[in-house]
Design a protein. Structure first.
Lengths: 199, 104
């Protein structure tokens, strides 16, 4: 395969993308082939040392934001009359289903963040209580109520410990929530790309 | 391997490939090859991600009658590289303990 047909194949696989994105990606691959040839490879060998156009196109698509992929998918669909009729008749069925799935996914994601938020509120409350007890302890000592002062300091210590402990859990939960979000985005992208390739 | 972990490592590889001066795509792949073999499809998204995170800048220059893109590291990119090194130093010491023979 020569450089021209290699790039042409990728271009065809990316035809539904906005031209700017497509050409920018293609320029990167073209530059790499040119550099390989400058390095002493023949044109055929340079292209052979690249990965397949399908793999290149998939990587470029996975890198696109979801709105662009959805747009590309809609743009690419050229349906026959029967297909449109079927889609219209089936609307009461597939639309609520699709909406349910999307909202369900969103709900799970929001739920996870709600938990993180609740945890954060708990950490904040514990931290503030610990600080308040510390102040109360100092006040008690100044007022020479030693027993109450010691009690306050002790409680402040326990709450500080709990704050730090829950703080770690909070950081961990936050990271997990971010990971879940990224994983969901990747899944949705993969779904959009795979359906495009089927036709 | 954990995909997020690997992604962070590859980001660091790419930043390391330009830490001593700007470079271009194919040169970076060649420099990394003895250590980690990347393809264009792996490198390209990383470069775009690092560019939008302002860890590197891109300029286009003419070379032998065609255009070539050169990538240069930014102070933010250097800071990220330092952070990566610090984190891995910690992990390595844990690794050394885990693989040590004769635990008490």
């Amino acid at each position: 395969m020569n450089k021209q047909s290699y790039l042409e194949q990728i271009r065809r696989l990316l035809q539904r993308l906005p031209e700017e994105d497509r050409e920018r990606s293609l320029a990167f691959y073209a530059e790499s082939i040119d550099d390989r040839m400058e390095d002493g490879l023949s044109e055929e060998a340079a292209v052979a040392s690249m990965e397949s156009p399908e793999k290149a196109a998939e990587a470029i698509l996975m890198d696109m934001p979801i709105p662009k992929l959805v747009k590309a998918r809609v743009k690419e669909r050229r349906m026959g009359a029967a297909e449109i009729l079927l889609l219209a008749l089936g609307f009461p069925l597939w639309f609520p289903l699709l909406l349910t799935v999307l909202i369900l996914g969103l709900t799970v994601y929001l739920l996870v963040w709600a938990l993180v938020l609740a945890l954060g509120a708990a950490v904040l409350a514990l931290g503030l209580s610990a600080a308040a007890l510390l102040v109360a302890g100092v006040y008690s000592i100044i007022k020479a109520v030693i027993s109450l002062g010691v009690l306050n300091f002790g409680a402040a210590l326990v709450l500080t410990g709990l704050t730090v402990l829950l703080g770690f859990v909070l950081v961990w939960a936050g990271k997990l929530a971010v990971k879940l979000g990224k994983w969901m985005v990747r899944g949705l992208k993969a779904l959009l790309i795979r359906k495009e390739d089927k036709r | 391997m954990d995909i997020q972990l690997k992604r962070g490592m590859l980001d660091a590889c790419v930043l390391a490939a330009i830490q001593d001066g700007e470079s271009y795509g194919y040169q970076m792949l060649k420099d990394m090859k003895p250590y980690v073999e990347l393809s264009e499809s792996t490198l390209y998204p990383i470069l775009r991600r690092l560019e939008s995170a302002r860890c590197l800048t891109v300029r286009t220059a003419e070379h032998n009658g065609r255009l070539r893109k050169y990538y240069a590291i930014t102070p933010l990119g250097l800071a990220r590289l330092e952070e990566f090194k610090r984190e891995w130093k910690e992990l390595l010491s844990i690794y050394r303990f885990v693989t040590k023979e004769g635990h008490e």
